[in-house]
Write a protein that binds this ligand. Sequence first.
Ligand SMILES: *[C@@H]1O[C@H](CO)[C@@H](O)[C@H](O)[C@H]1NC(C)=O
Ligand SMILES: *[C@@H]1O[C@H](CO)[C@@H](O)[C@H](O)[C@H]1NC(C)=O
Ligand SMILES: *[C@@H]1O[C@H](CO)[C@@H](O)[C@H](O)[C@H]1NC(C)=O
Ligand SMILES: *[C@@H]1O[C@H](CO)[C@@H](O)[C@H](O)[C@H]1NC(C)=O
Ligand SMILES: *[C@@H]1O[C@H](CO)[C@@H](O)[C@H](O)[C@H]1NC(C)=O
Ligand SMILES: *[C@@H]1O[C@H](CO)[C@@H](O)[C@H](O)[C@H]1NC(C)=O
Ligand SMILES: *[C@@H]1O[C@H](CO)[C@@H](O)[C@H](O)[C@H]1NC(C)=O
Ligand SMILES: *[C@@H]1O[C@H](CO)[C@@H](O)[C@H](O)[C@H]1NC(C)=O
Ligand SMILES: *[C@@H]1O[C@H](CO)[C@@H](O)[C@H](O)[C@H]1NC(C)=O
Ligand SMILES: *[C@@H]1O[C@H](CO)[C@@H](O)[C@H](O)[C@H]1NC(C)=O
Length: 420
Amino acid sequence: MIAYQHCKNRRQSTMVINFSCSASTKLTWILALLLILVTTIQVHGQSTTDGFVNIDCGFTNSSAYIDSTLKIPYRFDGELVDGGLSNEILKEFMAGAGNEQQKTLRSFPDGSRNCYTLPSTIGQKYLLRAMFTYGNYDRLNRTMGGSLFRFGLHIGVNFWEAVNLTNTDPSSTIWKEVLTVAPGNNLSVCLINFGTGTPFVSSLELRPLQDTMYPFVNTSVSISYFNRIRFGNVTDPITRYPTDDYDRFWESWPRTSYAWINLDTDKKVERLPGDSAFNVPSTIFQKASTIDMNISSTSIIVAAGPNLDTKSLQLLPIFHFADISNSSLSRRFDIYSAEGLLFPDFSPLRFQMDSKYKIGHFLQNADVFFTLNKTSSSRLPPLINALEVYSLVRMDNLTTDSGDGKINLHTAHALHICHV
Ligand SMILES: *[C@@H]1O[C@H](CO)[C@@H](O)[C@H](O)[C@H]1NC(C)=O
Ligand SMILES: *[C@@H]1O[C@H](CO)[C@@H](O)[C@H](O)[C@H]1NC(C)=O
Ligand SMILES: *[C@@H]1O[C@H](CO)[C@@H](O)[C@H](O)[C@H]1NC(C)=O
Ligand SMILES: *[C@@H]1O[C@H](CO)[C@@H](O)[C@H](O)[C@H]1NC(C)=O
Ligand SMILES: *[C@@H]1O[C@H](CO)[C@@H](O)[C@H](O)[C@H]1NC(C)=O
Ligand SMILES: *[C@@H]1O[C@H](CO)[C@@H](O)[C@H](O)[C@H]1NC(C)=O
Ligand SMILES: *[C@@H]1O[C@H](CO)[C@@H](O)[C@H](O)[C@H]1NC(C)=O
Ligand SMILES: *[C@@H]1O[C@H](CO)[C@@H](O)[C@H](O)[C@H]1NC(C)=O
Ligand SMILES: *[C@@H]1O[C@H](CO)[C@@H](O)[C@H](O)[C@H]1NC(C)=O
Ligand SMILES: *[C@@H]1O[C@H](CO)[C@@H](O)[C@H](O)[C@H]1NC(C)=O
């Protein structure tokens, strides 16, 4: 769940513009997805979903069904997990459910560790996503009851992340994603009972990635989703499959106030030969955000919300750029993190994708912000098309001996952006 908050004036600066966007707790992207589908379904063959594993947890009919927006089959979880109980969210939350899979869930009142075994290919890189919609299924008002409601997720025997649903609206949906390498021909995802509420899960999705993608992900290093944003005037709150072959969730957020300028192009943005580290869809590069000519710097602040314990997080940013303006004037800027200069004197290529990241370099600041600062020789202000931020998940435990490690706690978070 994402909450948008006011910016703080973090640095002495000449101009600060605050954004206040209402927190949207319901996933209302069904309609948006339908629109994407209409325009792009024809260009995607069935083959792009080969290897997709689509599980509707707690669904009781053993026949698969076709998801109405994604047009891909989802099936029940009966064969992939031992134990647990099938439940439905309460009727009052059904209509607002973000998708069909959020209407049912499997809860695990018994046992401290319950695992799903998902089919995988040894050595293959995957995106694994788990989604959670409480919907007051147990009529216990657990999220709003005033006490801690938090459980853990393991990937195999390694701690992945905590799910902290304390004080969240029962209708809200949160998701967790990890990019990981399958250690065998199955991948286990486990729900860990911390003694602070019955663990549950609404859906599980596995999307194979190409080996070349996210080159810093290997058998000992996985990365967990912290934020994935696309810039520009994007109406869909979430862009996913079929726009993105790998079904990554790209969030947009409205920037209509002064100083932001949205750029848009119909012209194809090319991928440099041999560049297959991220395979970000061209559609995402065809939109960008820049700022007014007479402002030289913009900050992107990715801050933790109250449900996210960031103390031990180590974050890895990936910036995606393509200059899609018609101007041939120079556009050069420095990219800073809170720790200092990350990429000096960067100049986005015209109508060509360029992604900036540092292999193995994780930022230690829990309160992360990035600054794009126009250089003195530049004629045009900074621009950005997309940003991904991940947290490090260590996959050091190779044995089957299970521990309830409490490293890397990370759940719902907030994001805010401001100009300086
Ligand atoms: C299960 O789904 C199939 C196919 O959609 C349907 O024909 C059948 O009636 C369903 N069974 C139950 C018990 O709902
Ligand atoms: C849930 O608990 C909160 C806090 O005790 C209370 O304000 C709210 O009315 C409860 N909601 C329901 C549906 O019981
Ligand atoms: C999962 O894979 C491991 C190693 O590849 C194997 O030992 C184990 O039996 C498999 N488990 C299931 C349930 O298939
Ligand atoms: C965003 O795009 C929509 C149409 O796609 C348009 O109606 C709207 O005016 C645009 N908003 C801004 C701020 O550019
Ligand atoms: C910024 O640019 C606008 C025109 O785009 C101009 O009207 C305004 O005076 C400028 N502001 C400053 C502080 O230079
Ligand atoms: C869980 O979320 C609640 C509500 O925001 C917060 O008070 C609490 O500190 C969080 N717990 C952890 C361990 O992050
Ligand atoms: C850029 O140039 C193309 C072709 O010359 C034109 O169709 C398009 O409207 C221009 N875009 C902007 C943002 O000026
Ligand atoms: C995994 O990648 C990290 C850097 O991201 C590297 O330090 C480590 O040696 C790699 N491990 C393996 C098993 O390749
Ligand atoms: C950005 O540039 C301005 C002036 O060019 C400078 O004062 C400021 O310190 C720079 N910001 C960072 C984060 O270095
Ligand atoms: C590895 O296992 C140990 C003991 O079971 C546990 O304490 C530790 O947290 C685990 N490490 C990770 C990264 O999950």
